[in-house]
Design a protein around this ligand. Structure first.
Ligand code: 13P
Ligand code: SF4
Length: 304
């Protein structure tokens, strides 16, 4: 059932020519009013082609920055200014510039969960759903992958023909899961398939029946003939899947799979942004955009 706040959002966004983009981790009520919901890769592609002049991004800061870089003429608003991905802030440009000196000739491949500053020294960006394809397609054999050691380990396994150097960053929400958590969930639900995000540790992904992005996990579960699934990513995906597939059963890998930053944005934040009373407009220096957007455009070229 559509609530009053949702009705106001739907009416106002039409009147004011606003596009609402929501990452898959957003709540069901936000996804219901969004023009598009998806994983980081799909959101980047969608942002580049949105026809509206204003975009409200419901997700975390690097996602709103990505939208701004791909559409610098649009007004881009981060729905909740406090929502930031801790992994994106783990490494700065100076640290990686210094590290690059030890890896001459290596392609620097950056997870999209990074700051715009860091993107200026990357050769290409990747998301969880495009990383394997893009690393395979790169002409360089030697790759320095930053900052997620778990996603990097997964790419290393899937692309053994490349020489991939890793650094030790990662997502606090996914990296918290250990082998014993996966084994406990499997023991509690012996008939269920385990679907996990590649930000999980290798000891967890090794036990999985499917490894993929948030959209990948949802598509797999919807299409699968299996009836029970353990979901190894942010627990909002458990709820979305339960709505999509009421006849199937979904269990969280752990009750601790919660990203507090992704949980910050509320439906009222979205309304406030459209009414011009909230959110934060993303302002970035044109020179920074010009430098940082190159690796995002390269990602879309190689990942499509
Ligand atoms: P996706 O690439 O699946 O959107 O993942 C983004 C993310 O932040 C996962 O924690
Ligand atoms: Fe960042 Fe992890 Fe939250 Fe995704 S789940 S936004 S990678 S902290």
């Amino acid at each position: 059932m559509i609530s009053n706040v949702q009705e106001r959002i739907l009416k106002l966004k039409k009147e004011r020519d606003v596009c609402v983009l929501a990452h898959s981790y957003m709540s069901e009520e936000i996804c219901e009013v969004a023009d598009f919901t998806g994983d980081s890769y799909a959101l980047s592609v969608k942002a580049a082609s949105a026809r509206q002049k204003t975009v409200v991004m419901c997700g975390v800061r690097f996602m709103a920055e990505t939208v701004k870089m791909l559409s610098p003429d649009k007004k881009v608003i981060l729905a909740n200014p406090q929502a930031a991905c801790p992994m994106a802030e783990q490494m700065d440009k100076e640290l990686i510039s210094e590290l690059k000196k030890s890896y001459p000739g290596y392609a620097v491949v950056a997870y999209i969960n990074t700051t715009a500053q860091l993107k200026t020294i990357a050769d290409v960006c990747v998301t969880s759903s495009s990383a394997v394809k893009i690393c395979r397609a790169l002409p360089q054999k030697d790759i320095l992958f930053i900052p997620d050691i778990n996603l990097g380990s997964y790419i290393k396994k899937m692309v053994p023909e490349k020489n991939i150097a890793l650094v030790s960053g990662g997502c606090p929400t996914h990296a918290r899961m250990e082998k014993r958590d996966a084994l406990a969930a499997k023991a509690a639900h012996p008939g269920a398939l385990l679907l996990v995000h590649p930000e999980c540790r290798p000891e967890v992904t090794q036990l999985a029946d499917y490894v993929g992005s948030t959209t990948g996990i949802m598509d797999f579960a919807v299409k699968s003939e299996a009836e029970e699934f353990i979901i190894g990513t942010e627990n909002s995906i458990v709820q979305h899947l339960q709505f999509k597939c009421p006849d199937k059963k979904f269990y969280p890998l752990s009750k601790d799979m919660v990203c507090h930053n992704m949980r910050l944005t509320t439906l009222c934040d979205v309304l406030n942004c459209i009414e011009g009373k909230g959110g934060e407009e993303i302002i970035m220096p044109p020179e920074l955009i010009a430098q940082a957007v190159k690796c995002i455009e390269k990602m879309i070229e190689l990942g499509g």
